[in-house]
Ligand binder design. Structure first.
Ligand code: GLA
Length: 385
């Protein structure tokens, strides 16, 4: 029996009906493009969130998380509503509760359940721990209540939970990556049509490794800066007379910028349009098997996020500059920014030297020691038993 199943049994006094898992993600490139109908290229991490669950017939939802000190959070189906998500120390419970709400709000026959959650996706590290929790919950409920939903549909319900119930206006990337990714591949997603392409991404056989550098600066997407970026992009699109910034072709960027009066808006637009172009160039290099040459695109993307989009922070900038100076082919912040993680593309035999250099630079700057791991593209959500 898995540890999650065993803990469920001990907690609730009877065996779970099954265990489901969904991974966190890193985004290789395509940052802050998903709410502009643009392109993204994330892959799933080996770290994942497991949910052991069983149905209940009394209209009650019981939620327990291994990482939370708050004990079992209990609510009834009747009191689920986007106005009253669990707050305070039980704030984590809003993510799974939001999934129950989103499915039921669409008229799907989902009843109560007991859930026990265990996760090794670090929270607040920009690695989509919330999407992992939402997608694992959505998959569990879909199986338990025999809902005929596709992976992209499950991801859409998970995102709706986050947007409308938790109140974070995130785009489609994180939940789609967690629900749909496959091992050994990055997921190239068109966030307008939701067309997906699985692109082989095998660093190891190219003698390369991708380091994920968790700066330990907790990012919070709910604090308003993310929503302000989104609003300025939507304003700029309206001013330019396009449905979304994705509709500004790279070749027409300069003309578009010349039509915008606000210098901040111009910088935001320049990031989004050049970032979509970087996704396209990354795809080309990956298709040609030229993995090593993708490094400069990563660093270029970071500078754009730092200077034009202004979502980096000193720790992320230090991680990127130090990794590049220590021999990385390129590196960048990944995810929403304002903290969280960076990734660095390095030769496999330079991993330790780059990691040591970043750790030493953080020590000298007086920052909390970073957590550095190597990541390989892993499988998306699945039923474990
Ligand atoms: C967060 C959001 C995503 C995406 C990224 C930035 O991770 O959840 O939808 O917008 O930021 O690329």
């Amino acid at each position: 029996m898995s540890r999650t199943a065993q803990e469920f049994h001990e907690l609730y006094g009877y065996p779970a009906e099954g265990v489901w898992a969904a991974p966190g993600r890193v985004n290789l490139i395509g940052e802050h493009t998903d709410y502009n109908d643009g392109f993204v290229l994330p892959f799933a991490l080996p770290q994942r969130t497991e949910v052991a669950a069983a149905r209940r017939t009394d209209g009650t939802i019981a939620l327990h998380s291994d990482g939370a000190p708050s004990g079992v959070v209990t609510l009834t189906l009747a009191e689920l509503g986007p106005g009253h998500p669990p707050q305070g120390p039980d704030g984590w419970a809003a993510y799974p509760a939001g999934v129950f709400w989103a499915l039921r709000d669409a008229g799907l026959p989902v009843g109560g359940a007991d859930l026990h959650i265990r996760s090794d996706v670090p929270a607040g590290a920009g690695l989509s721990s919330s999407a992992a929790l939402e997608v694992a919950t959505a998959l569990a409920l879909a199986d338990l209540y025999e809902l005929p939903l596709t992976r992209p549909e499950l991801a859409a319900f998970a995102r709706r939970a986050e947007n409308a119930y938790v109140g974070v206006p995130c785009g489609a990337m994180d939940q789609m990556a967690s629900a749909c990714a496959i091992e050994g591949h990055a997921l190239r997603l068109d966030t307008r049509s939701l067309e997906q392409r699985h692109i082989p991404f095998d660093c190891a056989s190219a003698g390369l490794s991708l380091l994920v550098i968790d700066t330990r600066v907790k990012h919070a997407l709910g604090d308003g800066a993310y929503a302000r970026r989104l609003a300025s992009c939507h304003q700029a699109a309206a001013a330019l007379g396009v449905r979304a910034l994705r509709d500004i072709p790279y070749g027409e960027l300069e003309q578009a910028l010349a039509r915008l009066a606000d210098p901040v808006g111009r910088r935001r637009v320049r990031h989004v349009v050049t970032e979509n172009e970087r996704v396209r160039r990354m795809e080309e290099l990956l298709a040609a098997g030229r993995l090593r040459e993708t490094g400069p695109l990563l660093t270029e993307g970071h500078l754009s996020l730092r200077d034009d989009y202004e979502v980096s922070c000193p720790e992320l900038d230090l991680a990127v500059a130090t990794a590049d100076a220590a021999g990385a082919h390129g590196s960048r912040m990944t995810g929403g920014g304002f903290g969280g993680s960076a990734l660095a593309l390095v030769d496999a035999d330079a991993q330790q030297a780059v990691a040591d250099a970043v750790t030493e630079a953080f020590r000298r700057a007086g920052h909390t020691p970073p957590r550095i791991t190597a990541a390989a593209p892993s499988a998306g959500a699945a039923r474990l038993r």
